[in-house]
Design a protein around this ligand. Structure first.
Ligand code: 3PG
Length: 210
C-alpha cells in the first residue's frame, strides 16, 4: 500500500480531473502521463468517476490513481472498491478521518484554518491539502503557517494556475500542488489532447524548493 509520502514525492503537480464522459478517460490520461504527470486524482463529482478510476488502474499500472472529493465513509469504500490508491477530500469530518485511519489508505485531508490543520496533525496527518488555496489566503497564508505549524506540509489546491504555481512550489512547507488548469472542461470537451500534454509537460517540469 502506498504512503502519502510516495505520492507527493512522485510529481510536483497532481492534476485534479473531473471526467464527464468515460470515453474521454483514456485519451486524457494518456496525454497527462505522456506529459509526465503520473499521479492522477479523479474527483467523485460525476456518475462515471468510479468507472474511470477502475479503467485507469487497469490501463495505467505505473500511474498512481486516487479519488478526490471524497465526502464520507461510503464514498471512501466505493473508491477503495474501484482501486483508488489514495484519497483526497476538500475538508474533513470526524467520521471520514476515522474511516480513512482504519483502512490505512494514503490520505490528503483538506484543511483551510490552523485549527483544522492542528486537529488533523493530532491524528497523524501531517501532509494536508490546503483548500481552497487562493480563496483561503494563498501563498501569504502558507508563509504565515510555516513557523507555527512547522511539522505540516501542504498540497495547496483551488485557484492555482500556471502563473501562480511556481510561487506555491517555492515555499518550504509546500510538498506539491494540485490543480485542474491542464484538464479544464474546455480542453477536455474540445478533445485538445496535445494541448493537455503540453500543459502537463510544463507542470511536471515545475521546480520545487526541496
Ligand atoms: C479541487 O477539487 O481540488 C479543486 O476543485 C481544484 O481546484 P481548481 O479547479 O481551482 O484547480
Amino acid at each position: 500500500m502506498l504512503k502519502v509520502e510516495d505520492i507527493i514525492a512522485r510529481s510536483p503537480v497532481i492534476p485534479v480531473i473531473t471526467i464527464e464522459k468515460i470515453d474521454d478517460c483514456l485519451p486524457l490520461a494518456t496525454a497527462l502521463v505522456n506529459g509526465g504527470l503520473t499521479v492522477l486524482e479523479l474527483t467523485l463529482r460525476t456518475p462515471v468517476a468510479l468507472d474511470a478510476i477502475r479503467l485507469l488502474r487497469k490501463k495505467f499500472p505505473t500511474a498512481i490513481v486516487g479519488a478526490g472529493t471524497v465526502m464520507d465513509a461510503t464514498q471512501l469504500q466505493q473508491a477503495i472498491d474501484a482501486g483508488a490508491q489514495f484519497i483526497v477530500s476538500p475538508g474533513t469530518t470526524d467520521s471520514l478521518v476515522r474511516a480513512v485511519a482504519a483502512c490505512g489508505l494514503a490520505y490528503l485531508p483538506g484543511a483551510a484554518t490552523p485549527s483544522e490543520m492542528m486537529r488533523l496533525a493530532e491524528h497523524g496527518f501531517t501532509v494536508q491539502k490546503f483548500f481552497p488555496a487562493e480563496a483561503a489566503g494563498g501563498v501569504d497564508m502558507l508563509r504565515s503557517l510555516a513557523a507555527p505549524l512547522s511539522k505540516i506540509r501542504f498540497c495547496p489546491t483551488g485557484g492555482l494556475t500556471p502563473d501562480n504555481a511556481m510561487h506555491y512550489l517555492s515555499l518550504p512547507n509546500v510538498a506539491c500542488i494540485g490543480g485542474s488548469w491542464m484538464v479544464s472542461k474546455k480542453l477536455v470537451d474540445g478533445h485538445q489532447w496535445n494541448e493537455i500534454e503540453r500543459l502537463a509537460h510544463l507542470a511536471a517540469a515545475l521546480p520545487r524548493s526541496h
